[in-house]
Write a protein of this length. Structure first.
Lengths: 265, 282
């Protein structure tokens, strides 16, 4: 039960083994939930001045795209999330794998990784600002620092949960270490690697926004704050919707891939 | 991995209370040399890190505006901790965390139960709740500030929404993975609904739900400190950002150290609790 010492992510997939025939109705219901949320938003906008109406917000968002002023910020945010996530993945997967494979490394680093996971990494943002200067560099570094530990944790858990027969199979087939990793471990761990990717993406995204709130030259977080500062509420809600849609789309894509992989496994 | 835990662990039927005690006394009578060596290496790494940082900052390899020597951070801490301002900040941050976590727990567990009781709702809403991990609820921070004012309210709401997600999800997954025989047992002894929940579901699900609750608490800590860091009037996270803007590197590092110690402490307590809970479960 050594895995129990690490913070664990709930595995939501793999539970529904049977392909349920109601997928279409489910999606219809999901669309209904979206519509209900939109209706709730519209109702709130009627009740209070602090909430702009959906129509006004979408118009403001379309305007931002039409005059092209949003692209600089959209680029900055997406770039920071992507670069940060790639750095985190490049560091997190091998490190998590090493910690999961070796009993000794696990015993040494488990508590350190679990402790680092629990620290709000945003608190180190001022230092990143001083190293990288205000800009995409600092935001990317923030995303990487935030996402690397969740990726490590889920990779480690994935390695440990592997069927013990598989490494034995690799040994009896005389596979080279590289083959063992590529042909045995990665396919067997695919679902938990996807969990790491999804959580890593989510955390990178959230932390880039937080970092942009604190200090940035460009970015959707900065744009939101600026719109709020100018009391341009429709634009602010428009950008919030855009960000929520990015989060939803990214998450759904990764989540679908995760489900497919764990159904196969 | 909740699913992995139940799957990879020993068969719960052969792992009785007696087996657990035997295993415990065995591990206690013979100290694990690997663990001891690992702990030694771990401390060597941590101490080495502090020594390297001390050397790098003392020799000017790392600029003073970036980091002050760890010994100086400690000295600043010793002079900061007894002050009334620190006390107020610490009380504010800790109460915010606790209230946010309590809200997350009180809303998250029933939500998980509902998602389990009504499988269709669980299936339909799952993608939305999963997105909750990435949903930047903190984007509403400016609005919440306008509505509730610059106090703990907006922070509590956001941190609670972050802590709710893992709690609700693990509750749902845990209840789904309870052995079917337990439901049948409750049925056959004619358990009342309250008995069913308190005497069957609660003890059976607790060990599986706890990792989610732990994650929820960690998220409450992260959410609270992060929000304070962006914009607040009080709190440990606020103070770190405040001293950054004041260009007071020593005090900023002192507050960063407080955050690090606080979160590592919270994590250790939760890990310890997790082991306790597991010990007396079947």
């Amino acid at each position: 039960m050594r895995t129990a010492t690490l913070p664990l992510f709930p595995r939501t997939t793999g539970r529904t083994k049977t392909r349920n025939p109601g997928t279409v109705t489910d999606n219809l219901w999901r669309a209904a939930v979206m519509v209900a949320l939109l209706a709730l938003w519209a109702a709130l906008s009627v009740l209070t001045d602090l909430v702009a109406s959906p129509a006004a917000s979408f118009t403001a968002l379309v305007e931002l795209f039409a005059d092209g002023s949003i692209y600089r910020h959209l680029n900055a945010t997406l770039q920071a999330v992507l670069i940060g996530f790639l750095i985190a993945a490049a560091a997190g997967f091998p490190l998590g794998y090493a910690i999961g494979r070796s009993k000794f490394l696990g015993a040494v680093f488990d508590p350190i990784v679990a402790g680092a996971f629990a620290i709000p990494r945003v608190i180190f943002f001022p230092i990143l600002l001083q190293v990288f200067g205000v800009g995409v560099g600092a935001q990317s570094a923030m995303a990487a620092l935030a996402a690397v530990f969740p990726i490590m944790v889920s990779t480690t858990a994935g390695v440990r949960a592997i069927n013990p027969l598989l490494p034995k199979l690799a040994r009896s087939l005389n596979l080279s270490p590289l083959q063992t990793v590529a042909k045995i471990y990665v396919p067997a761990m695919a679902p938990s690697l996807m969990v790491g990717i999804r959580i890593g993406f989510s955390i990178a995204f959230i932390n880039v926004i937080i970092a942009e709130f604190f200090a940035a030259r460009a970015g959707l977080g900065l744009l939101t704050l600026r719109a709020y500062g100018q009391l341009d509420l429709p634009a602010m809600y428009g950008i919030i919707v855009l960000l929520a849609l990015i989060a939803l789309a990214g998450n759904l894509a990764l989540w679908a891939a995760e489900r497919r992989l764990s159904r196969k496994a | 991995m909740v699913a992995g835990q139940s799957g990879s662990g020993e068969d719960p039927w052969t792992r009785g209370a007696a087996g657990v005690t035997v295993a415990k006394t065995l591990t206690r009578s013979q100290p694990d040399p690997l663990r001891r060596r690992a702990a030694a290496v771990r401390w060597a790494i941590l101490v080495g890190l502090v020594v390297v940082l001390e050397a790098a900052t003392r020799t000017g390899l790392v600029d003073r505006t970036l980091m002050v020597p760890p010994s100086e951070i400690l000295a600043r801490l010793i002079s900061i901790v007894p002050t009334g301002q620190f006390g107020a900040d610490a009380v504010r941050t800790i109460t915010t965390i606790l209230v946010a976590f309590a809200v997350g727990l009180v809303l998250g567990i029933p939500l998980g139960v509902v998602l389990w009781r009504i499988p269709a709702a669980g299936r339909i809403l799952e993608p939305f709740i999963v997105t909750g991990y990435a949903m930047p609820t903190l984007l509403f921070y400016p609005v919440l500030l306008a509505v509730m004012g610059l106090n703990a309210g907006p922070i509590i709401l956001i941190a609670a929404s972050m802590s709710l997600v893992p709690i609700a999800l693990t509750t749902m997954v845990a209840l789904n993975s309870i052995k079917p025989i337990l439901h049948k047992l409750a049925n056959s002894v004619n358990a009342s609904p309250s008995q069913y929940y308190v005497k069957v579901l609660l003890p059976a699900a607790t060990p599986l739900v706890f990792p989610g609750v732990k994650l929820g608490f960690i998220y409450a800590v992260i959410g609270t400190v992060a929000m304070e860091f962006i914009l607040a009037a009080q709190g440990i996270g606020f103070r770190a950002g405040f001293y950054y803007r004041e260009l007071n590197t020593a005090d900023m590092w002192a507050y960063i150290a407080v955050v690090v110690v606080l979160s590592v402490l919270v994590n250790s307590i939760l890990t310890w609790l997790e082991k306790r809970i597991r010990r007396d479960m079947l």
